[in-house]
Design a protein. Sequence first.
Length: 248
Amino acid sequence: MENKKISAMREGGKILGNLLKDLKEYVKPGMTGLEVDAWVRNEIIKRGAEVAYDMLDDEFPGAICISVNDELVHGAPTEYAFEEGDKVSFDLDIFYKGYFTDSAFTMIVGEKGSPAVKKMISVTESAMWEGIEKVKAGVHIGDIGYAVEKVLRAGNLGVIENYVGHGIGKEMHESPEVPNYGRKGHGYILKAGDTICIEPMSCLGKPKNYIDKDDHWTVKMKDGSIGCHCEHTVLVLEDGYEVLTLPN
């Protein structure tokens, strides 16, 4: 099943996975979002890829989405300096050899952090992997969403329904949509060679959210609760899956 698309996304996914692994070690209290954004932009180019967010029709003010505390996704980098215990979600697309890959993780800055936030991150990552484990040719998208939602609800987390995962390849967002909820046996049926992004989003409070009126990008939780986001790009195989955005 090796072809131009899969080969390029496999290589690009490794670049992205390793970059995010290094980013997790790089981030420290006192750094600003703008400093991290500049580092990420430099690293993308240094590693031979292109800054995907520069290619959007609606110009995004950064190379990476940085969402702090009550910010859920699509956070525009700012001069805010990270504090010990802050929750920060990093979401990054890169473009390599004509194809996009996409991945995200959530972390606590520094050594201290709320036990509830730590649990939220752990449960959301588990939900992502539960969804990924369902992937193979012939599976319905609804089966993935059902698996993700079940883990999030068992962890007493708010399930974000108005932002979803997606197909990916020559475009950053392609069909099908991959919701973080669903019914078994419903929705698009996966085919070998499909590439999709599974990206659970959760929160500690109610799942209602809004887009910041000042930057027109950052999605915030309406009740001010903490949001969480994690994501991998996954290749569908005849008998399973391959996660393309893992580090070496």
